[in-house]
Ligand binder design. Structure first.
Ligand SMILES: *[C@@H]1O[C@H](CO)[C@@H](O)[C@H](O)[C@H]1NC(C)=O
Ligand SMILES: *[C@@H]1O[C@H](CO)[C@@H](O)[C@H](O)[C@H]1NC(C)=O
Ligand SMILES: *[C@@H]1O[C@H](CO)[C@@H](O)[C@H](O)[C@H]1NC(C)=O
Ligand SMILES: *[C@@H]1O[C@H](CO)[C@@H](O)[C@H](O)[C@H]1NC(C)=O
Ligand SMILES: [Zn+2]
Length: 459
């Protein structure tokens, strides 16, 4: 009798252990998804139709930076800007600047950032809620912004022992075309990109109680850097606002003065550089972003709206009219910043990017540039998809097997994912070529390309 109970007990224990193992594997698989990633760095092939058996052109890879830059400019046909200032305000919820649900921010917040609000109201700045993916902590979010790829939760483990970012990313692309870069602020950037910056002054994010010196140490060099013309990329990473949140939450009495301080920085950059672009230093674009938002208590890390509601503000694009001035709910993804900046500056989009062009930023460009940008973005996403969907054919041109004698196969854009992608891709290709001979409305083509990208990104 007792031996029977014992056997049962052992059986139960084994079953329990097996169930635990299954549960753990499900959890680990869900938390650390393994996605096929492309290795290597995007090069000149980014500007050509994706092919399976494309031969890598060695001679182009080894071009000196200035020749590579000239080649990219020629291939992309888009290079309206020469310099970029990337201002990161750590932990700033987009809601503080852009409001929520078509409502402007509360009066106190509007008055805390008068200059930025006036830029938005005049259509000089275009603002977006750039939805961040969890984990909403600084390092993975910076990686997402510069590579367009979403890392797994595993990144959190490395947050306190940051490793250099080896994947294809914007800064690496800028470096390869000879950009000189300066970084002031959170030293996470120095850990991600060791040796990349010509000048830098990193501040430590370790002293969370410090809300003054962390930002003073960034701003003290600003006047000097703005008067120099030896850099192409200036990164400013202000940590103070995040620290204010950690100390006193969203409604801390220190919040309004901190926002005003950030507003002064925007004002200084705008008045000294952006507002007079004809100073012989080339055209400069100012992009103000936040890495993540914060909860009412000032915490972050999770996936709630308050934590993922981060900002992307483009200042210096000439845009028409005031359609962006109102408090619209322009929502994009944080990863969309990477391809958008790559396309604006005419460098290849990083290989594992899953973001799509932020359309409003191209409003002031020509239709040709607009469509070219979308085309380059869809080629890059197609290459990524080829690695993930083996069914995507790619002999000489994408989706070749879907074309027959009568042109693209007369199938509806549905069925399995490969069908859908190829149908959209081929329709867009047909429309693009007839648009080039001015037969087709740009809107339809734009719509199709966007459909394609949406389809790719949810694959
Ligand atoms: C490689 O690139 C160089 C420089 O752009 C070009 O002259 C050459 O024709 C290319 N070779 C091939 C095989 O595409
Ligand atoms: C700011 O700079 C001063 C002087 O260089 C330095 O002593 C201090 O540690 C810096 N503060 C931070 C937060 O990095
Ligand atoms: C794509 O083209 C096919 C015919 O070539 C058509 O049946 C289909 O509706 C088109 N799809 C879209 C989204 O326009
Ligand atoms: C453009 O339209 C004209 C007439 O409307 C037609 O003859 C021509 O074939 C079209 N071209 C393309 C590329 O579709
Ligand atoms: Zn924080």
């Amino acid at each position: 009798m007792s031996s029977l109970t014992c056997a049962k007990l052992i059986l139960f224990s084994i079953a329990g252990v097996v169930i635990q193992i299954i549960g753990l594997s499900l959890f680990v698989y869900g938390f650390f998804p393994v996605k096929p990633a492309l290795s290597g760095i995007s090069g000149t092939e980014s500007f050509r139709v994706p092919r399976c058996n494309s031969v890598h052109n060695e001679s182009e890879g080894d071009l000196p930076p200035d020749q590579l830059k000239a080649l990219y400019e020629e291939l992309s046909g888009i290079h309206p800007f020469d310099r970029l200032i990337l201002m990161v305000i750590d932990g700033l919820p987009a809601e503080f600047v852009l409001g929520k649900d078509h409502q402007p921010p509360p009066k106190a917040l509007m008055e805390a950032m008068p200059y930025t609000q006036s830029l938005l109201a005049n259509g000089v700045a275009i603002g977006y809620h750039a939805k961040a993916a969890p984990p909403t902590v600084t390092m993975p979010r910076l990686k997402a912004m510069v590579s367009g790829a979403i890392g797994g939760f595993l990144d959190v483990a490395f947050n306190f022992n940051t490793q250099a970012l080896l994947d294809d990313n914007l800064l690496g692309q800028f470096f390869s075309v000879g950009w000189k870069m300066v970084m002031l602020g959170d030293e996470t950037w120095l850990k991600l990109f060791p040796g990349l910056f010509m000048r830098h002054d990193g501040v430590s994010s370790f002293f969370v109680k410090d809300t003054v010196q962390v930002d003073h140490n960034v701003s003290r060099h600003l006047g000097d850097e703005l008067s120099r013309d030896d850099w192409h990329l200036l990164i400013l990473h202000y940590l103070g606002l995040d620290h204010v949140g950690h100390i006193g939450g969203r409604n801390s009495i220190l919040m309004a003065p901190k926002l005003l301080e950030m507003d002064e920085v925007v004002k200084m950059i705008h008045t000294s550089i952006i507002a007079n672009q004809d100073n012989g230093q080339g055209r400069t674009l100012l992009v103000v972003v936040s890495d993540h938002g914060m909860t009412d208590n000032g915490n972050h890390g999770g996936s709630s709206y308050d934590e993922t509601d981060s900002l992307a503000l483009f200042i210096g694009l000439k845009n028409h009219g005031s359609e962006h001035a109102s408090y619209t709910v322009n929502t994009v993804y944080q990863v969309d910043i990477a391809p958008t900046l790559a396309l604006i500056f005419g460098v290849p989009i990083p290989k594992n990017n899953v973001g799509v062009l932020i359309l409003g930023t191209f409003d002031s460009f020509t239709d040709e540039q607009h469509l070219k940008a979308l085309e380059l973005n869809s080629w890059q996403l197609f290459r990524l998809l080829q690695a993930q969907l083996p069914g995507l054919s790619c002999e000489n041109s994408p989706c070749e097997s879907f074309i027959d004698d009568q042109g693209p196969r007369k199938s509806k854009c549905n069925g399995n994912l490969e069908n859908m992608i190829c149908c959209l891709y081929l329709n867009a290709t047909v429309l693009h070529s007839s648009w080039k001979s001015k037969n087709v409305s740009r809107n339809l083509l734009t719509y199709l390309l966007l459909e394609l990208q949406q389809c790719c990104c949810h694959a």
